[in-house]
Design a protein around this ligand. Structure first.
Ligand SMILES: Nc1ncnc2c1ncn2[C@@H]1O[C@H](COP(=O)(O)OP(=O)(O)OP(=O)(O)O)[C@@H](O)[C@H]1O
Length: 258
């Protein structure tokens, strides 16, 4: 099988240059962590993978689809193959945990659903299995807004898995969590990625989590990739240098690419 994601000289210009000639490929099953200062382009990059943004120039190919040229139907089909986990969980607080997870399968169902009972029994069973996998089955009938942040994020991972995704995108999934919950969520993403041969792209601010759970780190600075290295070959100091600034201006790291 060919690569899961390919960026070829991708530039995104919002008026500010968010991505500047970004090129890389991600193989199926790879767990890639994006690191970089706030505003370096991590979210913009992730949003190109599921077609929420289209490149100003260059090419983004995801699971064989040219995201910049795809029609709306093609993009919809692509997005069904991609799960997305967000910093703020985006659960419906007034609904039960189980119903939130069932909603992850809406893309494969016809028509809207109202209430848990409106989902097919097999699907409710599948949702419960996903909740078991993330250690949240015993909370399935609890309202989502009664859970802690770490618990909500585990439910959000279960909801994303209901899409049966081939790619999982996670945009700072642990930024609102305490260190223990952060490690728990990252361990889950890592383990599930391996179990299901999921391609994972995850943006983080925490270098230690990146080194602990990623296969590879892509470091961005001002929209440019300045680091692209297997975790096994990356030391903490080099990763931390992504966060170094000189007089408020980004410090170049030309030797770190490749
Ligand atoms: N929709 C938009 N319209 C205009 N500018 C945007 C838009 N989205 C992002 N930007 C700009 O693009 C740059 C990159 O932003 P992006 O959100 O991708 O960075 P980030 O690395 O994800 O930051 P953070 O870690 O704070 O989430 C920033 O300068 C941002 O202001």
């Amino acid at each position: 099988m060919s690569e899961a994601v390919r960026f070829d000289r991708v530039t995104k210009d919002f008026g500010t240059l968010a991505l500047d000639e970004v090129s890389f490929t991600v193989e199926p099953g790879e767990v890639v962590v994006l690191l970089g200062l706030s505003g370096s382009g991590k979210s913009t990059l992730l949003r190109h993978v599921d077609g929420l943004h289209r490149p100003t120039s260059g090419t983004v190919r995801v699971l064989g689809t040219d995201v910049g040229r795809a029609g709306s139907g093609e993009l919809r089909r692509l997005r069904r193959r991609i799960g997305f986990v967000f910093q703020q969980f985006h659960l419906v607080g007034s609904l039960t945990v189980l119903e939130n997870v069932c909603a992850g399968a809406l893309g494969r169902l016809r028509g809207p659903r109202l209430g848990l009972i409106s989902y097919p029994k097999a699907l409710r069973h599948e949702a419960l299995e996903q909740l078991e996998r993330v250690g949240m089955a015993e909370r399935s009938l609890q309202r989502a807004d009664t859970l802690s942040g770490g618990q909500q994020q585990r439910v959000a991972v279960a909801r994303a898995l209901m899409q049966r995704p081939e790619i999982l995108l996670a945009d700072e999934p642990v930024a609102s969590l305490d260190p223990e919950s952060s490690a728990q969520v990252m361990r889950l993403i890592r383990e599930i990625g391996t179990e299901r041969n999921l391609t994972v792209l995850c943006s983080l601010h925490q270098v230690d989590l990146a080194l602990g759970w990623g296969d590879r780190v892509i470091g961005l600075r001002a929209g440019r990739p300045v680091l692209d290295t297997p975790v096994a070959a990356l030391d903490r100091e080099r990763a931390m240098s992504l966060y170094a600034e000189v007089g408020g201006a980004a410090m170049a790291l030309p030797a770190a690419v490749g």
